[in-house]
Design a protein around this ligand. Sequence first.
Ligand SMILES: [Ca+2]
Ligand SMILES: [Ca+2]
Length: 320
Amino acid sequence: MKSFFKRSAVIAALCVTAFSLTSAVHADPPASAEVHVAVSRQTVTEGETVTFSFYINSESEDGLEIESGRLALAYSDALDTLFSPDDTEITWADGVTFDSETELFTVSPARVFTPSDALLVYGLTVKDDALADGETSAVFTLSVGGGSYLVSGGEEIPVTASGAELTVLPAEKTVSATVNLIGNLLSTDNLTAKITDGEHEYPLVFGEIAEGKVTAVLDDLTQIEAGSYKLTVSGDGYIAYESGAFDPADGFRAVIDTLYPGDLNADGRIDFLDFHALCVYINGGEYAKTADLNGDGGMTQDDADCFTAGYLAKGAAQNE
Ligand SMILES: [Ca+2]
Ligand SMILES: [Ca+2]
């Protein structure tokens, strides 16, 4: 069994000085606002990067106009232990300036934030040796602490906040699939990666495609029911990959060179029947994911190129 613990929380004030701008035209700013924090992944392993994004909730669908403010970040004391300070990236929304001298941010010109506009994105990279020997996980929490406020319509609006929690795992405990892509895939919308023991099923989350490869990671390893699992990566129009059996508690990393595009009729082969089907689609058929091999939302010559890459990689041997 894994053991888990939480470290005590300490408050770190990012900013202290009160500040207000000349009042902008704004009808009835709310008495308080809420900042919610979203984490890009619930589980991260040593050496990987994760982001915490801060959003302003508003009672109005039209959002809330912000002129300035301060956010006091509250985080567990694991910050310095788990994360590499040199790799921390703080990205404010467009038009926002953070003054490290006064420790305030200003929004110039004042602008409206809706609950889907991130005010601040905090990028953290986990140290390669973040966990001590024998340590199986650590939980890190980031939220907005007391004393935070926003200025809207010339008024200071106190901020209440929800936080986001992140579980850090040793690198060797990752379940991930790195796919060396065959053909020029432009999105992973059409791909599925998951582990299953026949009874339970857990999806992996794809990252960005870069340099001809993409990695999918099991997002919350802590919730997996014990069992013997297989990893599969599949997609409409693709010959799927399936791994051998493994125990997720031990971690599992697959490097996949055999996710072949081009099997439109899903018979496990890539041949002229598939190519004929693809040509029919490209020449005016209704959109079908199975023919959109490169995942760009259309059916074009690019999909034929993708098919060719899959056919060549799979090889003529399949037909013998
Ligand atoms: Ca086929
Ligand atoms: Ca396409």
